[in-house]
Design a protein around this ligand. Structure first.
Ligand code: Z5A
Length: 221
């Protein structure tokens, strides 16, 4: 949990789970209620981090050495946290972030097999131990997620082009993280239709934000 005045929500899961669709819907609802909300994403969210994103996802750069991939994701995050996320939370905003450090644990840890201790050290360096207050994990079978992405058309990015076995390991790593930290994670059944998913997501966000507001009132009566 962050000790900063703002509230930090991350949207996680395998490709095609619907994170991006749902983050927009949540942002629209919060904005219409007058909540000061920032929507951002990883890798990216800042000009330098967006440049790193292009390098990471470009299929022309394959194969990328696992250590290089890990360090580039960490570098993008370090910049994003320092320049965008932390300042927004310090000024009391609600930050909605499409992927964060759980993606590194799932893709570089679960998918590529990077040692968890190494990942923890890098997270400390890149984020100063800044953790989300709430993480919504959009869960579905990778076959279904990749099929959704397929209907979008266009060329597959470098990560989308990984094998189904890779995406299955990633999904398992996400679910393991949710089992380890049940107080932070909410696992959302992403197989349902978009509106049904929004109903569940919105209920989780509202509950979390109510607790945050009560905490703020108690801190500054
Ligand atoms: N990565 C990493 O390895 N390490 C890290 O530390 C970080 C990231 C931070 C970023 O790709 C890649 O980097 C990602 C992980 C890796 N790669 N993989 N694999 P990205 O940001 O370009 O891609 P993404 O985050 O996976 O987003 P996405 O492909 O856009 O998927 P999504 O956000 O989960 O879904 P969506 O865009 O909302 O929806 C996808 C399609 O499904 C779209 O056509 C929707 O209309 C449709 N959709 C959405 N919801 C539904 C429902 N409920 N039913 C049916 N259809 C739906």
């Amino acid at each position: 949990m962050t000790s900063l005045p703002g509230f930090f929500i991350t949207f996680e899961g395998i490709e095609g789970g619907g994170k991006t669709t749902q983050i927009r819907r949540v942002a629209d609802r919060l904005s219409s209620m007058g909540v000061d909300v920032l929507v951002t994403r990883e890798p990216g969210g800042d000009p330098l981090a967006e440049s790193i994103r292009r390098l990471l996802l470009d299929p022309a750069n394959a194969p990328v050495a696992p250590a290089a991939e890990l360090l580039l994701y960490a570098a993008a995050r370090a910049q994003h946290v320092a320049r965008v996320i932390r300042p927004a939370l310090e000024s009391g905003r609600v930050v909605l972030c499409d992927r964060y450090s759980d993606s590194t644990d799932a893709y570089q840890g679960g998918g590529r097999g990077v040692d968890p201790e190494m990942l923890r050290t890098l997270h400390r360096l890149a984020t100063g131990d800044l953790k989300p207050d709430l993480t919504l994990l959009f869960d579905l079978d990778p076959e279904e997620g990749l099929a959704r992405i397929g209907t979008r058309g266009g060329e597959k990015d470098r990560m989308e082009g990984e094998t189904l076995a890779f995406h299955r390991s990633v999904r398992e790593a996400f679910l393991n993280a949710a089992r380890r930290e049940p107080e932070r994670f909410r696992v959302i059944d992403a197989r349902r239709n978009v509106d049904a998913v929004t109903d569940v997501v919105w209920a989780e966000v509202q509950t979390a934000l109510e607790k945050w507001k009560i905490g703020r009132r108690e801190a500054c009566p």
